[in-house]
Design a protein around this ligand. Structure first.
Ligand SMILES: O=c1ccn([C@H]2C[C@H](O)[C@@H](COP(=O)(O)OP(=O)(O)OP(=O)(O)O)O2)c(=O)[nH]1
Length: 174
């Protein structure tokens, strides 16, 4: 892991990294919330930071909450800009179809990953340089393995649209 960068913070509790080597520091709820099945809520964390120039922080879900309770973040990853001085908030979503989820003050609801970011200088051109992938994407390389009966129709994608590109014309296994 690279050297720590200093992040100024205003908060009653400082987000902590649970283990050495963890990428994300846990963000805790500063207010309670109850999410009915399928419902979302914007939950404050009581944390405000000032990132150094050239850095951003990303608000990402906790895998435990996702796997055990179906709790995710609507706009994952939420982007915290270096110039943002407001409270970091988490837009939680309860994806469980039946069970409501309650958030108590102090619950760890998300994690914050601080990263250096590059700003692009966009250069308009008429044609892009060639590449091995070309325009292939959205499943163009197919599936690694499917058991019989579980495979989607070979000639359509998830929306029922016919594929384009080489796989469609060569009959390559998708
Ligand atoms: O999950 C998130 C995402 C964003 N933010 C804060 C930090 C970020 O710097 C600011 C604006 O976020 P974003 O740029 O994603 O919002 P927007 O919808 O584009 O609104 P704006 O017009 O304010 O930029 O809101 C959060 O607290 N939590």
């Amino acid at each position: 892991m690279s050297e720590a960068c200093e992040v100024l913070i205003v908060s009653e509790t400082v987000p902590d990294y649970a283990h050495p080597g963890d990428a994300g520091a846990d963000l805790r709820a500063a207010e309670p919330a109850v999410l009915a099945p399928g419902e979302r809520a914007v939950v404050g964390t009581g944390v405000a930071i000032a990132l150094p120039d050239g850095y951003a922080a990303f608000v990402v879900p906790r895998s435990g909450l996702a796997a055990k309770h179906g709790i995710t973040i609507v706009n994952s990853p939420g982007t915290v800009d270096a110039g943002y001085r407001g409270e970091i908030k988490v837009t939680l979503l309860n994806t469980d179809a039946r069970v409501p989820y309650s958030v108590a003050v102090g619950d760890r609801i998300a994690q914050l990953i601080v990263m250096p970011v590059t700003r692009a200088r966009f250069v308009p051109v008429d044609r892009l340089p060639g590449s091995e992938r070309g325009e292939g994407g959205f499943g163009s390389t197919g599936y690694a393995h499917r058991t019989a009966g579980a495979a989607p129709a070979a000639d359509s994608d998830a929306n029922g649209a016919a594929p384009t590109g080489d796989a469609a014309t060569t009959g390559e296994q998708r």
